[in-house]
Design a protein around this ligand. Structure first.
Ligand SMILES: Nc1ncnc2c1ncn2[C@@H]1O[C@H](COP(=O)(O)OP(=O)(O)OP(=O)(O)O)[C@@H](O)[C@H]1O
Ligand SMILES: [Mg+2]
Length: 294
C-alpha cells in the first residue's frame, strides 16, 4: 500500500502525554533511563504520545508497544478468532505480517499529513473509494486498530448504510447504529466497545434504512461527529462506493477530510480522479490517495 500525496510539512503539537506505558516498557527491559529521556524529549518537542515517540526513535517495535498496552489494561494477547473477530484484522493479530507493515506506514503518513496538521480542524477521516470491493472496510478497520494501538481513543463509524460490514469484522451486534442515531431513535451510546480491544469503539451502521443518502445529508451527522469528538481523539468513517452513491460525498463533506483508496489492477485511474475531484469540489480535503496493493 503506498500513498501518492505530497506536502509533508510541520507536525502540530498534540494531546496529553506520558502515560505509564513508559514505566511498563522500562520494567520490561525495553527502555533504559537514557532512552526514556530521549523519548520524553521528542514527545515534548513534537507532541507525540510516548509510545509513538519511542517507535519513531526505533527504540521499541510495534509488538513491544502492543504488549505494553495489553499489560497496562490487563488484556490478553489477541489471537485470530478467539473473540470472534475477523482474521482480516491483521494489525491486531499479525504484528509482523507485510500487510501490517504497509498499514502502519499508511498510519504514519496519516499522522503526519492529516492528524497532526494545523489545518485539520477535526480528527474525522472518511475512507472513500470509487467502487465496491476496493478495500475500504478492510483498511478502515485496520487503521482504527492501529490508531487505537498508539493510545488514541478511536471510534470507527460504519457509514456504509448500503452494505455495512464493520460489525461482522469486529463481531458485534448491528441492530442499533448510525442509522438510528441519525434518525433520532438512538443516542451516542449506540457506539459499542469491542471485547479484547482497548481504546477502540465501533458505531455500526445498524438496520439498513430506506433512505441512506437523505439520512447522511441531515445536519445530525456533523452534530454526531462533534459530540463524539468530546470523547474520542480520532474518528474513522467507512463509506459506500463513491461513484455508485452520493453517500460518501455527504460523509466526506461533514468529516472534512478523506483518504481515497484505489485497488491495484481493479480501480480505473479515471474513477479515482473523479472521486478526488468531486470530494475537492464539495469542500472535502483529500489527504491522499492510497493504492491498495492486495
Ligand atoms: N490490503 C488487503 N489485504 C488483504 N485483503 C484485502 C485487502 N484489502 C481488501 N481485502 C479483502 O478484499 C475484500 C473486499 O474488501 P472490503 O470489503 O474491505 O472492500 P470494500 O471497498 O469495503 O467493499 P464494499 O463495496 O463491499 O463495501 C475483503 O475480503 C477484504 O478482506
Ligand atoms: Mg465495505
Amino acid at each position: 500500500m503506498t500513498t501518492i500525496d505530497s506536502n509533508v510539512t510541520q507536525i502540530e503539537h498534540h494531546g496529553p502525554s506520558p502515560d505509564s506505558i513508559g514505566a511498563i516498557l522500562v520494567a520490561a527491559g525495553k527502555l533504559n533511563p537514557r532512552d526514556t529521556a530521549r523519548v520524553m524529549e521528542l514527545q515534548q518537542r513534537e507532541g507525540w504520545r510516548f509510545g509513538e515517540a519511542a517507535l519513531r526513535l526505533k527504540l521499541i517495535n510495534e509488538r513491544d508497544l502492543v504488549s505494553a498496552l495489553n499489560k497496562q489494561y490487563d488484556l490478553p494477547e489477541l489471537l485470530p478468532d478467539n473473540d470472534g473477530a475477523s482474521a482480516e484484522l491483521v494489525t491486531a493479530y499479525q504484528q509482523f505480517h507485510p500487510r501490517t507493515e504497509e498499514l502502519r506506514a499508511l498510519r504514519t503518513q496519516l499522522l503526519i499529513r492529516w492528524f497532526k496538521r494545523p489545518e485539520t480542524h477535526q480528527h474525522v477521516l472518511a475512507i472513500v473509494s470509487p467502487n465496491g470491493g476496493e478495500g475500504r472496510s478492510y483498511v478502515a478497520a485496520n487503521l482504527a486498530v492501529l490508531f487505537s494501538q498508539l493510545g488514541e481513543r478511536t471510534l470507527l463509524i460504519d457509514a456504509d448504510l448500503r452494505n455495512p460490514r464493520q460489525h461482522r469484522i469486529f463481531n458485534v451486534p448491528d441492530r442499533i447504529g448510525l442509522a438510528a442515531v441519525l434518525a433520532g431513535r438512538a443516542g451516542l451510546d449506540a457506539a459499542v466497545a469491542i471485547p479484547g480491544f482497548h481504546n477502540l469503539m465501533l458505531l455500526p451502521a445498524g438496520a439498513p434504512p430506506p433512505n441512506p443518502l437523505e439520512l447522511l445529508s441531515r445536519p445530525a451527522l456533523p452534530t454526531v461527529f462533534t459530540s463524539y469528538l468530546d470523547d474520542f481523539d480520532v474518528i474513522l468513517v467507512d463509506t459506500a462506493p463513491a461513484l455508485r452513491y452520493s453517500d460518501a460525498q455527504a460523509v466526506g463533506f461533514r468529516a472534512g477530510s478523506a483518504v481515497v483508496l484505489a485497488r491495484k489492477d481493479q480501480t480505473r485511474l479515471a474513477d479515482t480522479h473523479r472521486v478526488v475531484r468531486d470530494l475537492g469540489n464539495s469542500g472535502t480535503r483529500v489527504v491522499g490517495t492510497v493504492i491498495n496493493n492486495c
